[in-house]
Write a protein that binds this ligand. Structure first.
Ligand code: CTP
Ligand code: MG
Length: 179
């Protein structure tokens, strides 16, 4: 069923969708790269990747997973996914932050300044890293949850959700660019 597949995809990815948005709200302070610049003259990561944003983003994703586990008994008719083991909660949330950080590393190495658009990478960086990390750290739960149709749904839906939430965040003044 398409509805069930989409429901599982969104449910299982919520702990990975939340962190980047919370980082936008909570970010600031000391950058992870400590201001370091590499030989190419560009920052290692840039001022857009901070310890505070990463910590709050990761924590928020884990909290979301724990809340979803509480709601789980009431929606198990629609969302046929097993509750998040704590390992999966952490790897989904932290993996999302890590993917975004790696994308910034790539942006700086390709000469893109902070806030520059990087089509494709911007939309899927966090999904790929959070899925790969979860496959490694919570393998059993990952294989039960992310069947091939669910993975396809995630890869199709994520760019759409990402583009629309960022456009909204930009429109209400939370983000400096609409991507
Ligand atoms: N943010 C943060 N820590 C992170 C990720 C994001 O503090 N690990 C905050 C920063 O304030 C950042 C904002 O969220 O400016 C928007 O995030 P993002 O678009 O990922 O960063 P950019 O500033 O656009 O920088 P980059 O070009 O490196 O993506
Ligand atoms: Mg950006």
């Amino acid at each position: 069923m398409v509805v069930e597949t989409v429901a599982v995809a969104i449910w299982a990815m919520l702990p990975a969708y939340i962190p980047n948005n919370v980082a936008v709200l909570a970010g600031g302070g000391r950058p992870i790269d400590g201001g370091r610049t590499l030989d190419d003259g560009n920052r290692l990561l840039g001022d857009g990747k901070t310890w505070r944003g990463t910590a709050f983003g990761t924590a928020a994703g884990v909290v979301v997973a724990l809340v979803l586990n509480r709601i789980h008994p009431f929606v198990s008719g629609v969302v046929v996914a097993d509750p998040f083991p704590i390992a999966a909660a952490v790897s989904l949330a932290f993996g999302a932050m890590l993917g975004d950080i790696l994308a910034s590393f790539l942006k700086r190495r390709t000469g893109r300044q902070r806030g520059a658009v990087f089509p494709g990478v911007d939309q899927l960086d966090f999904v790929v890293v959070s899925l790969v990390l979860t496959a490694v750290i919570a393998t059993g739960w990952f294989l039960d949850t992310f069947t091939l149709p669910v993975v396809v749904a995630v890869l199709v839906l994520t760019p759409l959700l990402h583009v629309s939430t960022n456009a909204i965040a930009y429109a209400v003044g939370l983000k400096d660019e609409p991507w």
